[in-house]
Design a protein around this ligand. Structure first.
Ligand code: 3H9
Length: 683
């Protein structure tokens, strides 16, 4: 008989062993009622003589995957998790954690508070709090080093990467790893065996043999920082994790816990954590389309056709071959087809060289790709994705032919990055089957897929597009039709403003450094060089990119661009480009003496992005501000710890942005102005 201790925790007793089960779907997060239930369980275990030992585990798919992140925003109530875990560890009867699924964050900390840990073979364990801009705040920074040593603990906490059960066993993180289907029986047996065990219970907080070595190693922390510099760049949580682990090594447990709580508090209220928590939920929300019913029938996509074997087409084809779906690739000329297939093979072989694919995988995937010069061969595929040259005339030719070739029920998609999907749909007799699937280059790598919903696209077609995106490992963001959809439209003003700023007198390296300091991997001018100067067209009759291209400088791919590049791809401002900057200034009558500070650069480049984002929302192109943030983060490497443009705007201050835009001579979007006026926010 099991007894409910709270809405989400039950206890049953079998042969003197109390089995405490958490049942809080979907991931058994440690919300208020779970903490209440666990606290009550500890009281019961302590006070009931019929109970000699206990097992803590969960129902459903996983041992708790952490604190309830949703609760952070609404304010947490007692009992707090660190106290609950302490109460369990202090029990005088043995408690075993039976771990399966993903024991993450507070979930793993709960397991660390138990006296013994047994894990299912398929389980994973980790402390991913850093990815939310936090640190493990329920004793994790104090107990983990005592168990596996400070260095490994730092590694796990600063990267947030989980380890698999066998590795956890090797590290000493768990006592035993067992076959998945025997977990509960093994845990009960372990608890029963522990009843007979004499001497004090093994409490991690009382262990000091492992960290004794760390205490003696004076250079440990400096070494960790020196070897892992990139983990600390821009973000504040790793530093606080480091301080907390230092406390674990140098202070008694209780004092270390105080230090951990203090450091957790600093992060909890930080802008970075607010931003990263927003991103966590935004990433998971993009698949939700409010006006499409959950039970909308999906179209079964068992085969795909891709038109165009260029860089885009090839990358798109790989996405499907990677998950075992056969792809027919159509080209006009045999050489282009051969070249395209050759590039794909080289790509796969490169991955195999890095050890991430076997030679057999390469052949299996290549075996799923068939090249053809005849579009008629697409008569039996379930989905066609067109990735040909961006010209409406060519799209017309392709889609009107596809309309004749494709079987009824086949989806016809375009990978266009700016052309009107609704217009493309008119080239067919079945506009409801047409949508945009906009990949980012390289298509097999970039995690974003914009699913573009035409005015007539059917719900089934849209729902299938969204589902398919997750199947091929992408995060879909739904967009309505407009020039540039979400990510490219959003970032165009950023690129344009960077050109204007350079002409007005801020040196390119100052612009780029300001945006690197903000958190981008590279600034906008260097980014242009990387994308290629012939890819984006800027307004004005004489543009710097136009002049550079006229000199055969197309960026990193050809002769350098704004920068000259050495063999290590390190760029220095090019004298040729500086001449062109001068030439364009003269032509346009710009003095070029207006140099901005780094803060002004950030404002000058990002305020126009926020303005554009507000228009994208206003026009209903994106469903939510969070979708825009996800598109910027996944499509343009916007630093996640800044939350994406809309969340950043909320944190930065909407009124400040409105005033800044007006000072730049721009009329802020209505939505932005209204939100600023009423003290509202995008996210
Ligand atoms: C922490 O523990 C702090 C402590 O150290 C200190 C406290 C004092 N809370 O990802 P999925 C939801 S910080 C609330 O799609 P999967 C998620 O939003 C926490 N909700 O599934 C989604 O909802 P919906 C440290 C959560 O199978 C649904 O569950 N822990 C939480 O691809 C399914 O999620 C972490 O950071 C949560 N903790 O992946 C772990 N977790 O269906 C965060 C998930 O409405 N979680 N949800 O969209 C994960 O990494 C993945 O969710 C997991 C499952 C691997 C568990």
């Amino acid at each position: 008989m099991s007894e409910a201790l709270s809405d989400t925790v039950t206890l049953s007793i079998e042969n003197g062993v109390a089995v405490v089960l958490i049942d809080n779907p979907p991931v058994n997060a440690l919300g208020l009622s779970v903490r209440q239930g666990l606290s009550a369980a500890a009281d019961r275990i302590a006070g009931d003589d019929a109970i000699k030992a206990a097992v803590i585990s969960a129902k459903g798919r996983t041992f708790p995957a952490g604190a309830d992140i949703a609760e952070f925003a609404i304010g947490m109530r007692e009992p707090w998790l660190p106290g609950v875990i302490q109460k369990i560890e202090s029990l005088e009867k043995p408690v075993v954690a039976a771990i399966f699924g993903t024991a993450l964050g507070g979930g793993l900390e709960l397991a660390l508070g138990c006296h013994y840990r047994v894990a299912a073979m398929s389980a994973k364990m980790g402390l991913p709090e850093v990815q939310l801009g936090l640190l493990p705040g329920a004793g994790g920074t104090q107990r983990l080093p005592r168990l596996i040593g400070a260095e490994r603990a730092l590694q796990m906490m600063a990267t947030g990467k989980p380890v698999k059960a066998p590795v956890a066993k090797q590290m000493g993180l768990v006592d035993k790893v067992v076959a998945d289907d025997t977990l509960m029986a093994e845990a009960a047996a372990m608890a029963t065996a522990a009843i007979a065990h004499e001497g004090p219970l093994p409490r991690v907080s009382e262990k000091d043999d492992v960290i004794a070595k760390d205490k003696a190693d004076a250079g440990l922390f400096d070494r960790f920082v020196a070897e892992n510099g990139r983990l600390f760049r821009g973000v504040i949580a790793p530093e606080q994790i480091l301080h907390s682990v230092k406390a674990a090594v140098s202070l008694p447990f209780a004092e270390g816990m105080k230090a951990e709580a203090e450091n957790f508090g600093k992060l909890f209220t930080s802008d970075q954590s607010r931003a990263l928590r927003h991103v966590f939920f935004a990433m998971r929300e993009t698949t939700k389309v409010p006006d499409i019913a959950k039970d909308t029938p999906l179209i079964d996509v068992k085969s795909v056709g891709v038109i165009g074997a260029g860089t885009m087409g090839g990358g798109i084809a790989m996405c499907f071959a990677n998950i075992g779906i056969p792809v027919k690739i159509v080209e006009v000329k045999a050489e282009a087809l051969e070249r395209g297939l050759g590039v794909i093979r080289k790509n796969y072989e490169g991955t195999a060289k890095k050890g991430r694919l076997t030679a057999e995988d390469v052949e299996t995937r290549m075996g799923l790709l068939t090249g053809t010069l005849d579009m008629e061969d697409l008569s039996d595929v379930d989905l066609v994705i067109e990735a040909v040259f961006e010209s409406m005339e060519i799209k017309e030719k392709v889609f009107s032919r596809l309309d004749k070739i494709c079987k009824p029920g086949a989806i016809m998609a375009s990978n266009t990055s700016f052309l009107d999907i609704d217009h493309i749909a008119t080239f067919t007799s079945r506009p409801e089957m047409v949508l945009g699937l906009h990949y980012f280059s390289p298509a097999n790598v970039m995690p974003l897929l914009e699913v573009v919903r035409g005015a007539k696209s059917s719900d089934s077609v849209v729902a299938t597009g969204m589902k398919l995106a997750t199947k091929i490992g992408k995060t879909p963001v739904l967009a309505r039709v407009c020039d540039g959809f979400i990510a490219n439209r959003l970032m165009y003003p950023y690129m344009v403003s960077s050109q204007e700023m350079l002409l007005a007198g801020t040196p390119m390296q100052v612009i780029d450094a300001a945006m690197r300091d903000y958190g981008f991997a590279m600034g906008p001018i260097a980014l242009l060089d990387l994308i290629g100067l012939d890819v984006i067209t800027f307004p004005g009759e004489m543009t710097m990119t136009g002049e550079l291209v006229a000199q055969e400088r197309r960026g990193q791919k050809l002769n350098g661009g704004f920068y000259d590049y050495d063999e290590k791809r390190k760029g220095t401002p090019s004298p040729a480009a500086l001449d062109i900057v001068d030439k364009v200034r003269k032509h346009r009558g710009i003095a070029g003496d207006h140099e901005l500070s780094p803060e002004q650069v950030v404002a000058g480049l990002l305020y126009p992005v926020v303005h554009e984002g507000a228009k994208i929302l206003e026009e209903g192109i994106a469903l939510r501000a969070g979708d825009i943030d996800v598109a910027a983060i996944l499509g343009y490497n916007w630093p996640a710890y800044q939350g994406g443009p809309m969340c950043w705007a909320d944190i930065h201050g909407l009124s400040k942005i409105v005033a800044g835009l007006e000072a730049m001579g721009l009329k802020p979007a209505e939505l932005l102005k209204n939100l600023a006026a009423e003290g509202g926010s995008f996210t």
